[in-house]
Design a protein around this ligand. Structure first.
Ligand code: FE2
Ligand code: FE2
Length: 268
């Protein structure tokens, strides 16, 4: 049986008012200003896919962060560490909303199937709640979010459309603390040498599974035009980094993640 399609809904009313009180200012962004007709249609279709995928990734991160909050409560982590993390699901739902609204301006989402394994993950190490939590922290916060921050910041910097720039600005502001949570957890958690060895193996696999994309700049830019023949201004305006900038930024960020993990005895 095929996996169900990714679909989102909005409640409105009291839920919307409460959400807006917690995360104000969203409606002040320059909505309604993206003009897909200004760009090559093929590029706009790709952007619709990229922003649909982005909404899904933000949703999946909300799932991971809620698992992390549950794990922190379970291992009786410090009050402030749990309190810090407790707010992050709302951040990710805001990011889902921002992605969904951008994709609506580009002409709507593309059909996208969800992965049950991503949205309902089984614990990787059920017999050891602290180690299972440590792995979730390393994967989601120390690797995923820590890599996302410089990539999002670089994408924001080149974004030449006010709405795209504002959306990335809002998201990158939240992702810093999400990354920081993982490193604060590693400072607090009393892990054994055996635990660190297990985390090293898992982190190595994770980094190599996502790393091949950084090493392969599929496109270069010459005189403002990409290898595929698209104006780099359109690429930036629709919310991408060009491939070369992406590879440079992500590789440097990955090297920093590896160095920081090593300081906690996770020597990838
Ligand atoms: Fe996010
Ligand atoms: Fe995040």
């Amino acid at each position: 049986m095929d996996a169900p399609f990714f679909a989102l809904s909005w409640s409105g009313g009291g839920a919307e008012r409460a959400f807006r009180r917690r995360r104000p200012g969203v409606d002040d962004l320059p909505w309604g200003t993206l003009r897909p007709g200004d760009h090559p249609p093929v590029l706009v279709d790709r952007a619709r896919l990229a922003w649909t995928d982005g909404a899904y990734v933000e949703y999946a991160t909300a799932v991971q962060l809620s698992t992390i909050v549950e794990g922190l409560l379970r291992v009786r982590a410090p009050i402030d560490l749990i309190g810090m993390a407790g707010d992050f699901v709302a951040d990710e739902m805001l990011h889902v909303e921002l992605h969904a609204r951008v994709v609506a301006e580009l002409g709507g989402a593309v059909p996208y199937r969800v992965s049950e394994a991503v949205l309902h993950p089984a614990p990787a190490i059920p017999e050891r709640p602290l180690l299972d939590l440590a792995w979730n922290m390393v994967r989601t916060c120390c690797i995923g979010e820590t890599l996302a921050v410089p990539v999002l910041a670089a994408t924001r910097k080149v974004a030449n459309h006010p709405l795209v720039e504002a959306v990335f600005a809002r998201i990158v502001e939240d992702e810093g603390p999400h990354a920081q949570l993982g490193w604060l957890f590693l400072e607090w958690a009393e892990l054994t040498d055996e635990d660190r060895a297990r985390l090293t193996g898992l982190a190595r696999r994770e980094l190599s599974s996502i790393g091949h994309t950084w090493l392969d700049p599929r496109s270069t830019v010459r005189d403002g035009v990409t290898t595929e023949g698209y104006p780099v201004a359109a690429v930036h305006g629709l919310g991408w980094l060009d491939s070369e900038a992406y590879v440079t930024t992500a590789s440097a960020a990955a090297a920093q993640v590896v160095a920081r993990l090593a300081r906690f005895g996770i020597a990838v």
